[in-house]
Design a protein around this ligand. Sequence first.
Ligand code: HEM
Length: 200
Amino acid sequence: MRITRAGWAIMTVLSTLIVLLAARYAGLDPDDFFSEQRATYLAHELPLAVHISGAAVALAVGPWQFAARLRRRWPRLHRVLGVIYLLGCLVGGAGALLLAPVAYGGAVARLGFACLGAAWLVTGGIGLRMILRRRVEDHRRWMVRSFALTFAAVTLRLMLGAAKAADLDFRTSYLVIAWLCWVPNLVLACWFTRPRPGRA
Ligand code: HEM
C-alpha cells in the first residue's frame, strides 16, 4: 500500500490535532476532564496520565514513520522514532487496559476499548518481532495495522463529534463508537496490506 501525499497530510494533521487536544489533560485539572467521567478519572489519575502520555507520543510520532522520503534519507531516524512509537504503544496500551474496565458507557464500551487495547499491543509487538527477524515486508504490514489502531483516537473523536452534531443520544453513540472507531480501521488496514502473490 502506498499512501498518497494528501492522505498522509490529512492523517498527520488530524493526529497532531488530537495530540494537542489531549494535551489539555497534562495538568490533570478535573475541570478539563470529560465531564461524564470526572469522578472516575479523579479516582484513576495514574492510569489516565500513563495512558494519555504514552498514547499521545505514539499518535504524534506514528505518521512520520510513513513518510517514505524521511525513511529513505534518514533510516536511523526511522529506527529511533520506531522505538519511541512502540514504547508509546506499550505505555499507552497498558494504561488503556487499566482504564477500559471503568470506561463510560457500560460493558459493551468497556469490552470494545479492552479489545482495542489488546489488539494495539499485539500488532505493535508482532511488528517489532518481524523487523528483529529482518522480515521487512511483514514488519511494514503489522505496523500499518498498529497505526490504524492508534488512529482510532482520531476516528473516535470525529465520530463523537458527528454524533453530537446529529443530536444522537450520547451514551448509545459512545458504546457503538467504542467499536466503530477501530474495527473498520483494522479491516481496511488488513485489506490494504494483504499478501499479494508476485508482489515484493
Ligand atoms: C488505540 C488504543 C487506545 C485505547 C484502547 C484507549 C483507551 C482509552 C480508554 C478506555 C479511555 C477511558 C474512556 C472513558 O472514560 O470512557 C481513554 C481515554 C482517553 N484516551 Fe485513549 N485509548 C487509545 C488511544 C489513545 C490515543 C492514541 C490517544 C491520543 C492522545 C488517547 C487519548 C485519550 C484521552 C485524552 C482520554 C481521556 C478521555 C477524553 O477526553 O477523550 N487515547 N482511552
